[in-house]
Design a binder for this molecule. Structure first.
Ligand code: ATP
Ligand code: MG
Length: 267
């Protein structure tokens, strides 16, 4: 049974370039098993950070992408019918609690509140998970930790975490790194040189200034890595930027022109 958990182990170090003191703070939080909340815009390094931390702490990592159709059973587990009859299958939360994984609920606000509340007993000092249908109370393994992420920008009144959920977590803010660090990341991830990576970052910085002035979200580090990867294969930088940076984020013709102009300023 416990070899199920083996597949969630991270063997190779995931590259993560610290931006501030987030690695130390996370280690301290893990040492007291504080549930953590990672906040920040899309594509700024939250998932990579958790992967890196799980590797560093030597713990398996179970990631769940949350969506509004998700039910409590999707997290906790359910009975399945097979040739032998009915069989219980642990959901990701039960699996992680049983075997001591870090369970990462990505975009947790997407889940309905009646789903989210199942994490409550695991995130206070009880550290238990009731499997009601099975009649079992799982006492969390000492290594178990819960991590959630969300993008505060997408938050609406309808979609926000309840205070009773939020207040169970410690929070770390993530954002796009400063110019030099982001350049280093883009160069490392794509193989383009520092000069090209720096230009990509400068284009993104221009676009980020347009957030709220016609753009819902700035160009993320993830998008810069797409652009850099195309350039590294030999695609003309202007075309690569159009495909990877400009077209995906806006359909507005004026905004496209403005961003295309920013691209040609640098390339
Ligand atoms: N500090 C960093 N160190 C190393 N790589 C980084 C860093 N920040 C961002 N990246 C790169 O950016 C990419 C996107 O980051 P990631 O997938 O972690 O974003 P995210 O914040 O989880 O986004 P989403 O909210 O959309 O899930 C990563 O695959 C990685 O290549
Ligand atoms: Mg992510």
């Amino acid at each position: 049974m416990s070899d199920i958990i083996q597949q969630y182990r991270i063997e190779k170090e995931p590259y993560y370039r610290p931006v501030s003191d987030e690695v130390e703070l996370y280690e301290a939080a893990y040492s007291v098993r504080m549930p953590m909340m990672l906040k920040g815009p899309t594509g700024c390094g939250k998932t990579r950070f958790v992967e890196h931390m799980a590797w560093k702490l030597g713990k398996p990592l179970i990631t769940v992408a949350c969506n509004e159709d998700m039910t409590a059973s999707d997290l906790v587990g359910r009975f399945l019918l097979d040739a032998q009859g009915t069989r219980w299958q642990d959901g990701p939360l039960a699996l992680g609690a049983r075997f001591g994984a870090i369970v990462y609920l990505d975009e947790v606000v997407e889940a309905r509140q009646d789903t989210t509340v199942v994490i409550h007993p695991l995130t206070d000092n009880r550290r238990v998970l009731p499997l009601e249908k099975k009649g079992e109370l799982v006492h969390a393994h000492p290594d178990f930790q819960l991590v959630i992420s969300y993008n505060p920008g997408y938050q609406s009144l309808m979609k926000d975490l309840k205070q009773s959920t939020k207040q169970r977590f410690g929070g770390l803010d993530f954002n796009y790194p400063d110019h030099a660090i982001e350049t280093e990341i883009v160069a490392h991830e794509t193989g383009v040189n520092a000069e090209v990576a720096g230009k990509l970052v400068s284009i993104a910085e221009r676009a980020r200034n347009l957030k709220g002035h016609g753009l819902d979200e700035g160009i993320s580090t993830r998008m810069l890595i797409y652009a850099g990867s195309l350039i590294a294969t030999g695609v003309d930088p202007v075309k690569a930027c159009r495909v990877a940076l400009v077209r995906p984020i806006t359909d507005d013709p004026d905004m496209r022109d403005a961003l295309d102009a920013a691209v040609t300023t640098f390339f």
